[in-house]
Design a protein around this ligand. Sequence first.
Ligand code: BEZ
Length: 223
Amino acid sequence: MPGLLLGDAFPNFEADTTIGKLKLYDFLGDSWGILFSHPRDYTPVCTTELGQAAELSPEFTKRNVKMIALSIDSLEEHYSWSKDILAYNNDETVSEIPFPIIADDRRELAVELGMLDPEEKDQSGMPLTARCVFVISPDKKLKLSLLYPATTGRNFDEILRVIDSLQLTAHKRVATPVNWKPGDCVMVPPAIPEDEARSLFPAGVYTKELPSGKRYLRYTPQP
Ligand code: BEZ
């Protein structure tokens, strides 16, 4: 059974979180959203990831992205673990995690959203959550999903870079090439004919000559 696919409406789930019970759509409002899961509270990789996510939260806010995390422990555990995460960050100006953490201690959401990692089990043999990332657009559609195993931590700078590309390509008819960063040239998608590309991108379109003679490698300054 496939889980959520790109373009699917994201489920408007209700969840208990460290900021109280919420419904996802009410929480997100008109913003973009990022939901990221963690295998377990009080685990080393998760602590570094949540610490980094907390530190980068102003960058997500700048991009109008609301953050929400999930781990399969109770609210009590989340509150206590949050203190460890803040201590790991060693930043005394921050006194709480700047986004809610869902308490999915019955794994209901983890199952519904296809987040479990079959390779990683707890002491009673129950699967832990994988490191899943969902980016949700303001119209509540799934725009990106990443699924890392529990043993591999994510790169939150890369997640911000991807959000920059998603937000750019949501409004402009361009695609971003390998290792693109905001401000770099972007690519003209193959479906746009040459004459239309010239009028769509007045800053100019540069086409690289290729052995095939096909004119598909087309760059333009980021609009
Ligand atoms: C961790 O967060 O460190 C972790 C969690 C589950 C399995 C392996 C590592």
